[in-house]
Design a protein around this ligand. Sequence first.
Ligand code: HEM
Length: 132
Amino acid sequence: MELARDITLILHFIGLALIIGPFFAQMRAHSGYFFGWVLTGAVIQLVTGLLLTGLVEMRLADNPDMAVDHIKIAVKTTLAVIIFVVALVAYRKQKKLSSGGRERKLLPLLHTAGALAIANTVIAVVWPGVVR
Ligand code: HEM
């Protein structure tokens, strides 16, 4: 069980990197945004986040005094779904654009995905995940 949690959490960090990495690397770029990476990262975050939640629930199942904070999970899931939609829209629009020059208008979508992923990181660390 502990191993499953460790592996899933490592994948959760890789998913995080796939969203925040392109954001920092390309925040001033004019074209060639790695929206495919961001989209993959968003999917990884949704899947591994759900698995981590299930694993925490299982760990706390024997302890009636403690519970997972479902509001925190709901907030994180909402932000992750928005990141997924933004990345999907950007990815599909980028595929349709023929010349690199017009890609610049997609930059706000990269900024949105990156900012929301950073917000989710702050929430993950600052907001306690377990309530008594
Ligand atoms: C862009 C999206 C996300 C980012 C950037 C993110 C970030 C993080 C980070 C940095 C941690 C480690 C926190 C720590 O160990 O103190 C974490 C843990 C966790 N995340 Fe996420 N997360 C995201 C999406 C989600 C989603 C959608 C869910 C739930 C459906 C979720 C559920 C969890 C859980 C349960 C843990 C705790 C794992 C444990 O300690 O056993 N995350 N997340």
